[in-house]
Ligand binder design. Structure first.
Ligand SMILES: C[S@@+](CC[C@H](N)C(=O)[O-])C[C@H]1O[C@@H](n2cnc3c(N)ncnc32)[C@H](O)[C@@H]1O
Length: 195
């Protein structure tokens, strides 16, 4: 873990938010709770149209790195993290309780009402069947345009094929620290149109 990332975790959360462990929920398609590096979050979120009325959903928040980035960067609006793993959700909820613009929900995103979120972030949270179910649910429940940032090293794009209401705004790749030589992380920023 980069020392800079640790310092930023400590400043907002009081402890490291990196988790080098295997998921306990692979049976339902969940992936490991790897945290997004801050430099990557700055690149992905830097150009987004967040405002006072925005509500960001971090799908699979782990111990809460994205929530800490949101607080530390003083991004406008609110952020909710939903996390399937009860222990991780409890950790994220514990440190973030002092921040009124942060909320943590324990459970599957497939059971979370999705109306009202303006922005959604996914860092490789789950297998394609769960992703497909999530996108179906979001398309049904969105009440306004949604900007969705998706980063993955396992080919997330087929789940979007044939979905006519999504426009691609930006895409690219990152090679994450410690993953040099592995498949790069590909990201796409898409916009869901509700008309
Ligand atoms: C790669 S981690 C991302 C952590 C964090 N979003 C970040 O970027 O730093 C993916 C997380 O998604 C969680 N997850 C997997 N399936 C889920 C589901 N159906 N609902 C909510 N969270 C889920 C996993 O437990 C894991 O903690």
């Amino acid at each position: 873990m980069r020392d800079d990332d640790l310092q930023r975790d400590l400043a907002v959360a009081g402890s490291s938010l990196e988790r080098v462990e295997r998921t306990r929920h692979a049976d339902v398609g969940a992936h490991d709770p790897t945290a997004t590096p801050y430099a990557v979050l700055e690149d992905l979120f830097g150009g987004l149209d967040l405002g006072a009325g925005s509500h960001l959903l971090d799908v699979g928040c782990g111990a809460g790195r994205v929530l800490a980035y949101f607080v530390g960067a003083a991004l406008p609006g609110r952020v909710t993290g939903v996390e399937l793993d009860p222990a991780l959700a409890a950790q994220a909820a514990a440190w973030s309780a002092r921040y009124p613009n942060v909320r943590v929900v324990e459970g599957s995103v497939l059971d979370l009402p999705l109306a009202g979120y303006t922005h959604v972030y996914l860092f490789n949270p789950f297998d394609t069947p769960v992703l497909t179910a999530f996108l179906d649910k979001l398309e049904c429940e969105a009440v306004g345009p949604v900007t969705l940032v998706h980063m993955s090293d396992n080919g997330e794009w087929p789940a979007y094929v044939g979905r006519a209401r999504w426009a691609t705004l930006r895409e690219g790749t990152f090679e994450l620290p410690g993953e040099e030589g592995d498949c790069p992380q590909h990201f796409t920023i898409r916009r869901l149109d509700i008309t």
